[in-house]
Design a protein around this ligand. Sequence first.
Ligand code: G6P
Length: 611
Amino acid sequence: MCGIVGAVAERNVQGILLEGLKRLEYRGYDSAGMVVQSPDGNLKRQRAAGKVAALEERLAAEALPGHCGIAHTRWATHGRPTETNAHPHQSGERLAVVHNGIIENHETLRRELIASGYAFSSETDTEVVAHLVDQESRVGDDLFDAVKRTLAKLDGAYALAVMNAQDPDVIIGARKGSPLVVGVGIDEAFLGSDPLALLQVTDRFIYLEEGDLVRLSRGGAIEIHDSSGRVVERPVQTFEHGDGAASKGEFRHFMLKEIHEQPAVIAATLEARLGERRVLVESFGPEAAALFDRVKQVHIVACGTSYHAGMVARYWLERFAGVPVQVEVASEYRYRRVVVPEGTLFVTLSQSGETADTLAALRFARASGYLGSLAICNVPGSSLVRESDLTLMTHAGPEIGVASTKAFTTQLVALMLFTLALGRIKGLDEAVQAELVAALRGLPALVTRVLALDSQIESLSTAFAEKHHALFLGRGVHFPIALEGALKLKEISYIHAEAYPAGELKHGPLALVDSEMPVISVAPNDELLDKLKSNLQEVRARGGELYVFADEHVALEEAEGIHVLRLPHVHEALAPILYTLPLQLLSYHVAVLKGTDVDQPRNLAKSVTVE
Ligand code: G6P
């Protein structure tokens, strides 16, 4: 999704902006651009369709020296991913804007601006902002006030950065519905849609609030006005994770690095949250115990991979905490008339904490009579974290690969912690609590053992590279894991993949099974194994090639057309976490064989901050 970088510094900013754009590449984008105020006072712009490397080539041919500039990676929403649609957009020669989000009333504004004599050179919604600010800055001179008056005319969600040649060495930033942070330097100030974009210049950040407007000026001055126009001080926070997170280290791709980080980040997510025999409810915050006591039901809302984590949690919460659970994708939930029974806790799951649909669902839920809200999230300071009553952070560290891996397994760990915390309050048997706490402690070591199977999984992947379709099967709590396996494969290898609860096979998908359809099954040693075995026979009887991930103790033999990969024995309740790993590795190796852009798959974005 789109990314913003801005800098007002004592040094030349081109390098800072370019490095920032490179660090934002992981979000997914299809063009990039930059504007810098050159020493003669004029704005100079370079843009390119495609990767940041294409922009870098242009800059190598014609540099943009100067002390103040803004830059952008664009993920097309309004208009094709061409150079003319790339940001920054300008009004005349003196005003430039970069924008994340969507201006919903852009058509009306465009008509009005055309009637006032403005000519448009792009198909984007953003260009209306440039012309509007220009129009407003002709009324009064100050850019800050011109932007403020412009915002009052905009409907939709945005993070904006604006420069005007007549206001030298000043950047105005605005945030409503899309994240924006200010990087605090020594006599320098920066703007970014994500702190990662600025870690090369600072680790001190101000997370802007909804409706904030900020002026960054030469010398490092930062002035913030809140939505009511008052001057406010916002806390400066030090970024928690080291800069190493933004580099691939010894790995070929971020995704592979992140898969291999899972033992460490699962351990970090468990840290300080487990007592001897129980989960520490206080790790959810001081008010958690009283709130959990009143919980009679749970609604879980999320998108993408996070939604699959929610589906797993439904099985856990109903089984161990005995409360009814509903799980729904946020984009559906937010437009539905939802009945909220008394005593319902609203739970959101999100890696980024900035997914537009999940945030909108939370805001809708806050006005819908829920008992309270809990966010399970990976990004401290994100909108979701700030707007929820309770939070439980997953300590996955920055996730750069667009296809989510370590964020998912740490979400599952956090959801098991939540299950046990709620279960403890709802009277879950103490021996069961102690058994699961012990199993959680042993999980990082088991994950390490699964990662050691990498070369075996790599060998399996060769059978998939030429296929066009794949079917994933799971039963019970492993059905969502099958869904996640299918999602990973389609996201990064572009192979069409579907997942079914194994019992549904005969109600339709069996018609698709032939020797060209590999079938992947997650079959740990649980109570549904025997039933799953007969489903596998149904596949084999139609010539389908079977790939089964199974417990080391399962009596399931390799045979012609049946490939079995054995995983270390794990407590059956935690099996969904462990069985996710081989599916991640399988997708990864298939994608590498197919030569796709593993970390930045086509058309996808890491953090979907528009609806
Ligand atoms: C995008 C990403 C997915 C992610 C989903 C939800 O689609 O590509 O990997 O699962 O958004 O994101 P969130 O940050 O809310 O977990």
